[in-house]
Design a binder for this molecule. Structure first.
Ligand code: GLC
Length: 710
């Protein structure tokens, strides 16, 4: 808590008129491709963006100019010709397991927002990858609360270090897109604290984001924006969050959300489209006049907004930061490099042109529009890259997100980049439109590289884990024609791999951003050693998951839907461990062109559990590894939890001792009865591993009983 900012907020709020107070409680969406009529509440000269809230000039309080978001400064038609650095998807940042990179990404988007006069970033998606069909998983970091919270916090720190307010979203259980405005997400409250809420708790306590955005759907029967237990009870009560709660765009059906803990209605025009009215304007003002909405609460809402303004310092900008597009492109490239995961490699990678075959070594590059660029996720997070997209293919679909559901191709061609890196190879492209044609090229090539892509995005869940447009058939046929087949996946989620036994290597490249083609080519050619680790589990099929059939999938837009997350806090690898299932590829998995060994694991409880392990690069080339510490068993029995991780870069033969300090909440269970975390007395079995499915070193530690937190 920043007591000076709080004092300033109280003093400023006391000087406001009621009209000024109410003006702060909404944001108005700028003119864009969908909302073509400019709202009169946005003054001339104000750059269009996702949301605008007027300031109070006489008190030096700036207006709020809000922009999306985690992958870069978006521009879906707000500002003619404006482009920005298009980072890789957050799932790729998650795969880097690299907090330093998360902070640099945050700094980048914070700086690019500020350079445009935008002072609130709607970034910081912290929802967990609960469901591998969720169309927005590319915008989120991982299936684990610790990895998500730690990386999310660094991103927020990076953004707010540029004096731009960061927002963490979508509070607090928004893990499917199907009928999201009418979906009720049901979860055991204690399990909710140990999973999705824990990710928010960690990020909020570490980085103090100015704002929290609630999700669209209901949680245990009550809309997130009107959920007093979550907002007043946990976020503002137990955690003492001092900033403000904004709604999502079009997620405020009623003024009384103001009484339940929501402080601002966002994108009021979307509420008119969704619910037929704005809520925090005339209806809330009427409730104020009637006494139903008390002055004290009005003052508190305003003070929270002012607190964030003063705490982050958006009222105190001096000058406009320089933006170095090349330096920012380098961050995008490094994030892509570190986020690409080598899932399988029978030895075909890295590609090397034999000295005896110069000029005759044939490489087939097939599908994925690889001659043009790399795909990006769609929806509100889509960033128009420098120079614009290579191509946009409209996909469409039901609901208000249909117009934003496109195959966006960023201009970074894996084909062109591979040709640059392997000039001695004869590289030929096939569009991968049909198996028969692709096979003809594959058959006469030494290596066949097949791309598998999928359009995923906001407003939609995938029907299953298959690749669309017959790509699985093409991959299978190519693998049948060439024993050196490499698959490069560019998706926002895990996919099923019916062709896996037939291919020699698989890369998960996700949506790799504006330099993604270069990063993919570097890893294929061995210029970069892959180091990414899966931030979520790849199941063999949906039958392995908690919900083989997703309730509501395929029902008409607007159908009320209930999803019961009966896996509770056992999300992802936790579920697979508990259910005794072996996934296709486990959380934390990722191969390298070198190899790493672990030794000397020690675990001690010195007022907190600490572990040490020695990591050695036992292979022939430099590389990075991510040793992972897991809980395997607590006194009640098997219970898997990621307890810690650290990314280490090592030269061949180099060793380093890694120290990991364990957050006690990861060892504890949450007691809703007592409202505290509980560590039971007894033995805890820990393990150090390369992934959740490969824990080689084990160690026990005895812990005394303790109760803590709120
Ligand atoms: C969207 C998204 C949210 C985004 C907001 C503004 O619908 O759910 O993540 O920040 O609206 O574009």
């Amino acid at each position: 808590m920043n007591s000076e900012a709080m004092e300033r907020a109280r003093e400023a709020e006391a000087q406001l008129t009621d009209d000024e107070r109410f003006s702060l409680l909404i944001s108005v969406m700028g003119t864009n491709a969908v909302l073509t009529d400019k709202d009169p509440r946005i003054p001339d000269g104000v750059p269009m963006s996702a949301g605008y809230t007027p300031g109070i000039p006489r008190l030096g309080i700036p207006g709020l100019l809000m922009t999306d978001a985690s992958l870069g400064v978006t521009n879906p038609g707000y500002r003619e010709g404006d482009t920005a650095t298009a980072l890789p998807a957050s799932i790729a940042l998650g795969a880097s397991f690299n907090p330093v990179l998360a902070r640099r990404s945050g700094q980048l988007i914070g700086r690019e927002a500020r350079s445009r006069g935008l002072n609130v970033l709607l970034a910081g998606g912290l929802n967990l990858h609960r469901d591998p069909r969720n169309g927005r998983n590319f915008e989120y970091l991982s299936e684990d609360p610790w990895l998500t919270g730690v990386l999310g916090a660094e991103s927020v720190e990076g953004i707010q270090g540029e004096q731009v307010i960061s927002t963490v979203k979508h509070f607090s259980l928004n893990c499917n897109e199907t009928n999201r405005h009418w979906l009720d997400a049901v979860i055991d409250p204690a399990a909710h604290r140990e999973s999705d809420l824990l990710a928010f708790e960690i990020a909020i306590e570490r980085a103090r984001p100015g704002s929290v955005m609630t999700g669209y759907n209901k949680i245990n029967g009550t809309y997130a924006g009107g959920n007093e237990g979550l907002l007043q009870g946990i976020l503002k009560g137990a955690w003492g969050f001092p900033g403000w709660v904004m709604s999502d765009w079009g997620a405020t059906p009623s003024w009384d959300f103001a009484l339940q803990g929501q402080d601002q209605e966002s994108g009021v025009q979307i509420d008119v489209m969704m619910w037929g009215q704005e809520s925090f304007t005339a209806p809330l003002r009427a409730a104020f006049e009637s006494g139903e909405f008390p002055k004290q609460r009005l003052s508190e809402m305003v003070q929270r907004i002012l607190y964030a303004i003063f705490d982050v310092g958006i009222d105190d900008w001096e000058g406009t930061p320089d933006v170095d597009p090349a330096a920012h492109a380098a961050v995008a490239l490094e994030t892509a490099r570190q986020g690409i995961v080598l899932l399988k490699n029978d030895g075909v990678l890295p590609l090397e042109v034999p000295s005896t075959a110069v000029g005759r070594f044939k490489i087939a590059v097939i599908g994925g529009h690889a001659q043009l660029g790399v795909p990006a996720g769609c929806g509100s997070s889509a960033v128009t890259p420098p120079g614009g997209y290579a191509e946009i293919h409209s996909i469409g679909g039901p609901g208000i997100m249909g117009s934003m559901r496109n195959l966006y191709l960023l201009p970074s061609s894996p084909l062109a980049e591979l040709q640059k890196l392997l000039p001695d190879a004869e590289i030929e492209y096939d569009p991968g439109m049909n198996p028969g044609e692709a096979v003809l090229l594959a058959r006469r090539s030494d290596v066949a590289i097949v791309f598998g892509i999928r359009v995923e995005g906001e407003g939609y869940d995938n029907a299953d884990l298959s690749l669309p447009w017959g790509q699985d058939t093409v991959i299978d046929a190519v693998a049948g024609a060439n024993s050196n087949t490499v698959v490069v996946l560019e998706t926002g989620n895990p996919v099923a791999m019916p062709w896996l036994p037939k291919v020699s290597a698989v890369l998960a490249a996700w949506y790799p951003g504006q330099c993604g083609g270069q990063a993919i080519a570097e890893i294929l050619a061995g210029v970069t050693n892959p180091s990414g680790k899966l931030p979520l589990t790849f199941p063999k099929d949906l039958d392995q998951t908690p919900r083989p059939v997703l309730p509501g999938l395929g029902t008409p837009w607007g159908t009320p839907t209930t999803v019961t997350y009966n896996e509770g806090s056992d999300v992802g690898y936790r579920w697979f461990a508990k259910a005794g299932k072996k996934p296709l590829f486990p959380f934390g998995h990722g191969l390298s062109y070198t190899r790493f060994g672990y030794g000397n694991l020690t675990v001690q409880d010195r007022g907190g559990v600490r572990a040490e392990v020695t990591v050695t690069n036992e292979g022939p080339r430099p590389g990075a590894d991510v040793p992972q510490l897991y809980l395997l068993e607590d006194p009640a029995g098997p219970r898997m939890r990621l307890l810690g991780f650290e990314r280490v870069d090592l030269e061949p033969g180099e060793s380093r001792t890694v120290e990991l300090t364990v957050d006690p909440r990861l060892l504890a269970c949450y007691s809703t009865g007592r409202g505290q975390w509980h560590i039971a007395a007894g033995n805890y079995r820990l393990a150090l591993g390369h992934s959740a499915g490969d824990c080689s070193l084990e160690a026990d530690v005895y812990l005394a009983e303790s109760w803590f937190g709120r």
